[in-house]
Design a protein around this ligand. Structure first.
Ligand SMILES: Nc1nc2c(ncn2[C@@H]2O[C@H](COP(=O)(O)OP(=O)(O)O)[C@@H](O)[C@H]2O)c(=O)[nH]1
Ligand SMILES: [Mg+2]
Length: 407
């Protein structure tokens, strides 16, 4: 039994999610969005009939509530049912009275904190309603308590307590310049470590998550998964660039527009040539897709358009085998050969359309490149010279095959 992180890829890396009763550290470099990882876990636990105690020492509980609500993770119903409570460790820092039922007098005092948490765990009805403790955050506690040792001692006793009571502990920790030994000890104290980091590339800042540790797994798949926090929706696996290429008239624009929640075509030279750009939100993925023009006279810019792509969708017209060689040339021209790719075999239901296996053999494609047949959504609405809507199920098949291969 595990708790979904609400992020499909992360659940997969964790073999289903976070194990009940385990301790999870979400450790991030400063500036990286981390809180939604904890919020998403907590909300998913609450939706799953669990109980949560949210310990907060760096913002008012009302702000944490508003952040959750803002992301469509409204906890008010759970609060009414007594399944979600806050432990206010912040108001006292401002010397204002707390609005919450549970609060501490001195947020710097780890002894008091332990005592209050211990009492709260004692109140829990027991194993029938699994409890999750969200600690927001361990790094703020380090700053407030102004003692790394005190925090390490606190963490040791807290994890012993939660382990004994089979309470899931989810703790946020921002890696400010604390001592290296402290950070190592913090990580050691948890069953599972999810790391969030950022990589600066010119002006673009990309964030990644990875699973560093999960005691319930025999083997850890060490992968950095790019992500972005989208509101509403929460943490999405972010693929900054997928290109859609293929011969003129194969159906690239139709594909991009049909796949996108929003798409624009930059009409450059009349209506036949356009640079298409779309944004796809699908199954926890957030992906920007870019089309390339198909005509040979645009080949000089193909390499630039393909730059930094992480995956390729090659659209071919199933009725036009003459275009297959051209499609492969375009892979070469965009310098995207070897990237994860999927072939969209468009117009699959038209007279003379070749079957995927025939296309594979004519294009001499390796077995591991999926070929997905795609058809127009409504033939009556297909107008000559205008992009048309493609069938949703076909589009989704192509997208999930590609996204699964990219991350
Ligand atoms: N019948 C049919 N026509 C299609 C299909 N996909 C695209 N088309 C048509 O093929 C033409 C070219 O499509 P477009 O998306 O503009 O191709 P692009 O040049 O690759 O961007 C348009 O007239 C579309 O309406 C399909 O699956 N079935
Ligand atoms: Mg086009």
């Amino acid at each position: 039994m595990s708790i979904s992180t609400g992020i499909e890829v992360l659940d997969r890396l964790l073999s289903g999610g976070v194990e009940h009763g385990s301790s999870v550290l979400i450790i991030s470099t400063p500036g990286v969005e981390d809180i939604q990882f904890a919020h998403q876990l907590m909300f998913s636990h609450l939706k799953d009939k669990g109980k949560a105690l949210y310990i907060v020492n760096n913002k008012k509980p009302s702000i944490a509530r508003a952040m959750l609500r803002d992301f469509d993770w409204d906890i008010s119903e759970f609060e009414k049912q007594g399944r979600c409570e806050f432990l206010d460790c912040y108001s006292a820092l401002l010397a204002i009275g707390s609005q919450e039922k549970k609060s501490v007098r001195n947020p710097a005092d780890t002894e008091e904190l332990l005592e209050v948490i211990s009492r709260a765990l004692g109140e829990n009805a027991g194993p029938l309603i699994p409890l999750m403790l969200v600690f927001d955050s361990l790094s703020s506690l380090t700053d407030i308590a102004n003692s790394e040792d005190a925090v390490l001692r606190f963490l040791k006793r807290l994890s012993a307590l939660t382990a004994e009571k089979k309470v899931t502990l989810v703790s946020l920790f921002t890696q400010w310049p604390y001592s290296a030994s402290m950070i190592k000890d913090i990580e050691k104290g948890f069953d599972c470590v999810i790391r969030l980091k950022a990589i600066e590339q010119k002006v673009i800042l990309r964030s990644y998550f990875s699973v560093d540790k999960a005691k319930w797994l025999e083997r850890i798949e060490r992968r950095d998964i790019p992500y972005k926090v989208i509101n509403p929706g929460g943490v999405k696996v972010f693929i900054p660039k997928v290109i859609v290429t293929g011969p003129f008239h194969a159906g690239k624009t139709s594909f991009i527009h049909s796949a996108s929640t929003r798409a624009v075509s930059v009409q450059r030279l009349g209506t036949t040539v356009a640079l298409d750009h779309g944004h796809v939100e699908y199954k926890g993925f957030s992906v920007d897709i870019f089309g390339t023009p198909g005509q040979e006279r645009f080949d000089p810019i193909l390499q630039m358009l393909g730059g930094e792509a992480l995956g390729v969708i090659v659209v071919v017209d199933s009725t036009d085998p003459d275009g297959f060689a051209r499609a492969k040339d375009m892979l070469k021209a965009t310098k995207t050969e070897g990237l994860p790719s999927v072939i969209v075999a468009n117009k699959a239901n038209m007279a003379g359309a070749l079957k995927p296996e025939e296309i594979r053999s004519r294009m001499a494609l390796p077995e591991d490149i999926p070929i997905v047949p795609v058809v127009a959504d409504d033939l009556k609405k297909v107008k000559k010279g205008e992009p048309c809507k493609l069938r949703q199920g076909d589009i989704e098949e192509a997208l999930s095959r590609l996204f699964g291969a990219v991350v």
